[in-house]
Design a protein around this ligand. Structure first.
Ligand code: SF4
Ligand code: SF4
Length: 426
């Protein structure tokens, strides 16, 4: 198969130790905090009130749109509180439901078997790309454009994270079921698995399960190739002119990650996550954790103690978002958990661009990061937009390479947020 080459990006040398770390179940929390907005589809409408009894998988927040993703109880017990404004990771505050667990994990009645896209939304399944989007909405767009190629993404989004590669090994049957379910919804002629070339055991498991029905494409570690728009280039050797408004579905493909596919394959509402937790000095664990579990409880389970002056990142150090504190819960938007010590935290600096061009060489989207960042910092939003601000995937390669440590992604995100608030988003 002919592969496309990734422009820019960074090859990290960290060993893939997490691929050998089996998922450990974190005990369900005594109280789960479940925000009612956990993806780009908007806030869900509460469907429970204080003191209502709930079971695992019961609907507690309903999507306001037909192909949005609803939200379900991750533990059984009773609703202790409805919070009106709870901070979310990537957007404005949203309502949240606090559930006091009875420790019994009593399941709700299973949903009726249904093949509609709306059923995936009702089960709360999302796609875990750079931004978390409702899976049904993504598949609806794919069906409307008669997509025929499915790219199964088992590549982890950051070098320190390894949950996708591990999930491919541990949940091959569920992922197989998920692919079969997508085949019923899309007229697929080709399925390609992209996977870290170092995940030998997982690749062998996939080969044994799928034979020739899935093309397997092992890829050398190169950040940030796991982002959908770049993966298409790697797998199909097709450029997606993202800045011109072209989307992956327009070229006949859809990329779905293995965690989404496993969730589809399980056929139950999405109430748990499979994540990597990375601490200092190569301390890496893969965990299976109920949504709503405070990050603090996850870190305690993993034996990681955050230090004063350090940082907790939802995701990885390159593209993750700093968590406001350890009491924030795991949600569908959390791509992993990374804990940095005070010496690893890159402090913002006042610096002037020396026009070295390293950020341009590093940018996998072919952008001019120093211009985007400079315009964004100065509030010249129209100019930043004219230089394809919204094509930036916020991978952080530019800032990582910058010798004077200009926090470019910070400025770019800020400009995007301001333009979106004014209704001028992509
Ligand atoms: S400009 Fe955006 S896409 Fe380009 S390297 Fe920087 S963060 Fe990544
Ligand atoms: S890497 Fe930093 S200093 Fe060099 S051109 Fe880019 S922003 Fe300027």
């Amino acid at each position: 198969m002919q592969r496309g080459k990734l422009r820019g990006g960074i090859q990290f040398s960290c060993p893939p130790t997490g691929l050998n770390s089996p998922f450990e179940a974190v005990p369900p929390p005594p109280a789960a905090i479940v925000p009612l907005q956990q993806d780009q589809g908007g806030a869900c409408v509460p469907r429970v009130k204080k003191n209502d009894p709930v079971r695992v998988g019961q609907l507690i927040g309903e999507s306001p749109t037909p192909h949005g993703a609803s939200i379900h109880a991750p533990v059984s017990g009773k609703v202790a509180e409805l919070i009106k404004h709870f901070p979310t990771l990537n957007g404005p505050a949203a309502p949240a439901v606090v559930i006091e667990s009875d420790g019994l994990a009593t399941p709700a009645d299973p949903p009726a078997e249904e093949e509609s896209l709306a059923a995936l939304g009702a089960a709360g399944v999302v796609d875990f790309d750079r931004l978390t989007v409702p899976l049904a909405a993504k598949l609806e767009a794919a069906a409307a454009r008669r997509v025929t190629t499915l790219i199964v993404n088992a590549l982890d989004i950051e070098p320190l994270l390894s949950s996708r590669g591990r999930l491919l090994l541990e949940q091959t049957p569920e992922i197989t079921e998920g692919i079969a379910a997508i085949r019923k919804r899309l007229d697929l002629r080709r399925v390609i698995l992209t996977v870290d070339a170092r995940a030998g055991e997982a690749i062998a498991a996939a080969r044994a399960a799928w034979g020739d029905s899935v093309e397997i494409l092992p890829l050398k570690n190169r950040y940030p190739q796991a982002v959908d728009v770049l993966l298409v280039k790697r797998a199909l050797n097709r450029e997606v002119p993202f800045a011109q408004g072209v989307r992956i579905a327009d070229i006949g493909a859809v990329v779905l990650d293995v965690e989404s596919l496993a969730a589809v394959g399980r056929g139950r509402p999405l109430v748990e996550r499979f994540l990597t937790v990375a601490g200092r000095e190569g301390h890496v664990k893969n965990i299976r954790v109920a949504i709503g579990t405070p990050i603090r409880a996850v870190l305690e389970h993993c034996g990681i103690r955050p230090e004063a002056g350090g940082k907790i990142i939802a995701g990885g150090p390159m593209s993750g978002t700093a968590a406001a504190g350890p009491e924030l819960p795991v949600t569908k938007e959390v791509a992993g958990i990374t804990v940095q010590g005070p010496r690893e935290v890159v402090a913002p600096v006042e610096a002037v661009c020396i026009k070295c061009g390293l950020c341009v060489d590093a940018c996998p989207m072919g952008l001019m990061p120093f211009l985007l960042s400079g315009f964004s910092e100065k509030g010249m939003l129209a100019q930043a937009r004219a230089y394809d601000l919204f094509a930036c995937i916020e991978c952080g390669c530019c800032a990582y390479q910058c010798p004077v440590r200009i926090p470019m992604v910070h400025f770019i995100r800020f400009a995007k947020r301001r333009l979106s608030d004014r209704g001028g988003g992509s």
